[in-house]
Design a protein around this ligand. Structure first.
Ligand SMILES: [Zn+2]
Length: 484
């Protein structure tokens, strides 16, 4: 994600940190979602067939799904919107949404399930058979989602309908089993494993849809359009709809790139930055793997938000910030979409890399004062100001980086550590190890952890294996001992 508050900081100092194959039948080694959703006003009637593939080393008797839509319930403990953003996010007053599970079945009949978790955020399903490693299991879920009138990751506003992680999505599996995500008002509270998606989405034909994945079929009848999207090896499926979308699109290499906008006086300029980002990051880190890439303007509290093969950028950005946000969110296709990470536990991991990738972009394509040197200097100034403010407020500034979203005291602290300090860390590392080792390490990291979830030690290991002797360097930044 890219923070708007961030952008405001940098307008004052310097605008640096403005701030997601083949398709068809089931792949043998991945879960397949076949989702059918029908949008009618603020209600989605949905059903999904999940062909779960047990890629772990232990057998499974229960599956757990994140119900992110329940963050918008009236009685949610973890609010999706901060108190300070509430007035802006709910222009028509605070209102609520949620997801109702109607049925869960296996191929042989009804399954026992419960909506549980710390905040009604989990669908737990007891299976009627034990699923051993390397085995598949098919289940069917029916649900009804009510979408709140809110400017948020999932919500309806007067310009767009944003639908991110709106459907029941399997919890990522790690060494402790299924990881249950809680929703946080800032940061990106998502963590999921890659799967294949075939999504049939039905909506009124006066909308245009920007979505993860390739549109493979479209039918119109009686004012209703039924689109079928497919994407493989993706962490989730997202879609944003608007009645006002205009588009710029072109084939960049093998990728169909489309920019959906309604408030951009220079859409070709924005599109050029998006296209150059895809080309440059493919060259520097490794090939962009999906068939399509879409960037959609939207009403949004933050500057932007990344999803597989699709990102959204706020419609309130000026042209300079819009470009930076578009580049930052595009970099997340490498750092978050392909190389995944637990965005709750290690939020700096993808944000710092996306932020530094933005510096790499403006190093190659400087624009006014936006260039590598100025952007790093600006980051250093911003970080020092944060430390001074924090010293006064808290006596001692905690600059450690291995913190979960909820371990930061404020969003201000989160942004300065995960984004600003993380960006500085990669610049200093690059200067220390040289360009050859730096980019070789990032290429190795991208290749080795593609479609997996990486942890900080995995990143460090890639630099070590490239001969960087990076353990001490990373430790000094992670622990907060490094002096900037
Ligand atoms: Zn980001």
């Amino acid at each position: 994600m890219k923070k708007t508050a961030f952008i405001l900081c940098f307008i004052l100092i310097f605008p640096i940190l403005t701030v997601c194959f083949s398709c068809g039948g089931k792949n043998a080694d991945r879960t397949l979602y076949e989702i059918e959703c029908s949008l009618d006003e603020n209600v989605i009637n949905g059903k999904e067939k999940v062909e779960y593939f047990n890629d772990s080393s232990v057998s499974v008797k229960e599956l757990k799904f994140n119900l992110f839509a329940n963050a918008f319930k009236k009685d949610a403990k973890y609010r999706p919107i901060s108190v300070s953003d509430e007035r802006k996010a709910y222009p028509n007053g605070v209102n609520y949404g949620g997801i109702e599970i109607l049925s869960v079945k296996s191929e042989s009949g009804d399954l026992d399930y419960s909506v549980c978790g710390e905040d009604q955020n989990i669908l737990s399903v007891k299976l009627d058979t034990e699923v051993y490693p390397e085995e598949d299991y098919t289940l069917f879920i029916e649900y009804k989602i009510t979408i709140a009138n809110v400017i948020a990751r999932t919500g309806i506003n007067d310009k767009t309908i944003n639908l991110a992680n709106f459907y029941p999505i399997l919890c990522a599996r790690d060494e402790n089993g299924f990881y249950e995500c809680l929703y946080y008002e800032y940061g990106d509270p998502y963590y999921s494993d890659c799967a294949d998606y075939k999504v049939t989405f039905t909506y009124k034909e006066d909308y245009t849809a920007a979505a993860s994945g390739k549109l493979i079929k479209s039918e119109k009848s009686g004012g209703i359009v039924k689109n079928v999207f497919e994407i493989d090896n993706a962490r989730s499926f997202s879609i944003t709809l608007s009645k006002e979308f205009k588009t710029v699109s072109a084939k960049i290499g093998e990728v169909d790139v489309t920019y959906y906008f309604y408030n951009d006086e220079t859409p070709q300029n924005t599109f050029e930055k998006i296209s150059r980002s895809i080309e440059l990051f493919s060259e520097k880190f490794g090939k962009y793997p999906y068939k399509t890439y879409s960037v959609a303007q939207s009403k949004f509290i933050q500057g932007g938000m990344e999803y597989p093969a699709m990102v959204i950028i706020s419609d309130e950005l000026d042209s300079s910030s819009r470009g930076e946000v578009a580049v930052h969110e595009t970099a997340h296709q490498w750092w978050q979409t392909v190389v995944g990470n637990n965005e709750i536990k290690y939020p700096f991991l993808d944000e710092a890399l996306a932020e530094y990738s933005t510096v790499i972009y403006y190093e190659k394509y400087p624009e006014g004062k936006l260039n590598r040197e100025n952007m790093i200097r600006s980051s250093e100034q911003t970080y020092k100001t944060f430390c001074s403010v924090s010293d006064v407020l808290y006596q001692k500034t905690d600059t450690s980086m291995l913190r979960a979203i909820n371990e930061y005291k404020t969003e201000y602290e989160y942004v300065n550590i995960a984004y600003v300090k993380g960006c500085i860390m990669f610049e200093y590392l690059r200067k220390s190890v040289g360009d050859k080792v730096f980019f070789e390490s990032l290429k190795n990291y991208y290749e080795e952890y593609a479609y997996k979830n990486a942890a900080p030690d995995d990143l460090v290991g890639c630099f070590e294996r490239a001969g960087a002797e990076a353990n001490g360097f990373f430790d000094s930044f992670f622990s907060g001992k490094a002096i900037i």
